[in-house]
Ligand binder design. Structure first.
Ligand SMILES: [Zn+2]
Length: 337
């Protein structure tokens, strides 16, 4: 795109000259250069951001929305979550691994199971099977697409501020436009059938890699984490997150959340890296586990203060803020979609 308003450097030469000696490079001859084009907010258009996080582990992110993970062993692979269902995550997974693929949902929520319809073999914790097969509340798909619209509208302004001041956004965290083949008006939350029920302590044997299922209720009754003990990797589902941790939902349970997050700090064998399903900080040091467990304990003790906020579906929440995350608790609202 050409810049409609090129800056004529020569025009400001006398002005710039006043700052000589301040360390700025000053053009010596009148010239015309294009100012940076910040009107193009989308240098990345692929819906998925695919990144190798560790040997045999790929992030399949929908930046600004949700993160899924492809975890490969010598014999088999697990796709942890199937994302929103806006684009074909199966094709992405197939491009990364030719091994037989087992889908595992970290929990039943639509943003983690939206691509389930593309697969035939789906595992979820026993307590999530019925929730996964239940028709979604009316209005949920539309409410999420309204959020998506707000996110996309907010992005150019956010990126411009980042370009000018903060420099935190990287190529892989750029929010992308919806795929051209996708019509938000057609978005539906489609129920799916589990083919395998998981229990706490189950081990998914991928060949040279084992994934242990940890039932960690709190965000939802069926939430799990997966632990790759041999490689010190923990996949935190929606139990561990950066940014707001959602404990405000109708089937969230703050006491269970506190127990589950404390349990994660007591894992034997050591966790080296913690991967999370939302927001831009995907790859975290294990210290985050202790911070979150402590945070939930402080919430239960009543020793934290709150600010008012809104969740992604615009419901009012109370937000307890900590150094590297926050926790959303139910605000003054009677019913949710
Ligand atoms: Zn969730």
């Amino acid at each position: 795109m050409t810049n409609p308003n090129p800056v004529e450097i020569g025009k400001h030469q006398s002005e710039i000259g006043k700052h000589q000696g301040s360390g700025y490079a000053v053009p010596t001859a009148a010239s015309t250069v294009a100012a940076p084009d910040w009107s193009a907010p989308y240098p990345r258009r692929d819906w998925f951001d695919v990144r190798r996080l560790a040997p045999g582990v790929h992030l399949i992110a929908e930046p600004g929305h949700v993160n899924s993970f492809l975890i490969e062993g010598s014999e088999r692979a697990v796709l942890l979550d199937t994302g929103l269902g806006v684009a074909d995550i199966r094709a992405v997974a197939a491009s990364l691994s030719g091994k037989p693929l087992q889908v595992v949902n970290s929990h039943y929520h639509f943003d983690h199971s939206g691509g389930n319809r593309l697969f035939s073999d789906i595992a979820i914790h026993r307590s999530g099977a019925e929730l996964l097969a239940r028709p979604a509340p009316e209005g949920l798909a539309g409410a999420y697409m309204a959020y998506t619209r707000r996110l996309i509208d907010a992005w150019p302004g956010y990126q411009e501020l980042d370009n000018t001041y903060f420099h935190l956004v990287t190529a892989d965290t750029l929010v992308r436009p919806l795929p051209p083949t996708f019509d938000p008006a057609d978005y539906r939350v489609v129920p799916s059938q589990a083919t395998r029920l998981l229990e706490d302590g189950d081990v998914l044997d991928l060949g040279d890699r084992d994934l242990r299922v940890l039932h960690t209720p709190g965000h939802s009754p069926d939430s799990i984490c997966l632990l790759d003990e041999r490689n010190g990797l923990l996949f935190g589902g929606d139990t561990i997150n950066t940014g707001p941790i959602y404990a405000q939902l109708e089937d969230s349970n703050v006491e269970a959340f506190a127990r589950s997050t404390r349990r994660l700090t007591e894992l034997k064998g050591g966790v080296g890296r913690v991967f999370v399903c939302h927001f831009m900080r995907v790859d975290n040091a294990p210290a985050l586990l202790g911070e979150i467990a402590d945070g939930f304990e402080q919430i239960l003790e009543g020793s934290v203060s709150y600010r008012n906020n809104r969740d992604c579906l615009e419901y009012p929440v109370r937000e307890a803020c900590f150094d590297h995350f926050s926790v959303f608790l139910a605000g003054d609202v009677e019913t949710r979609v």
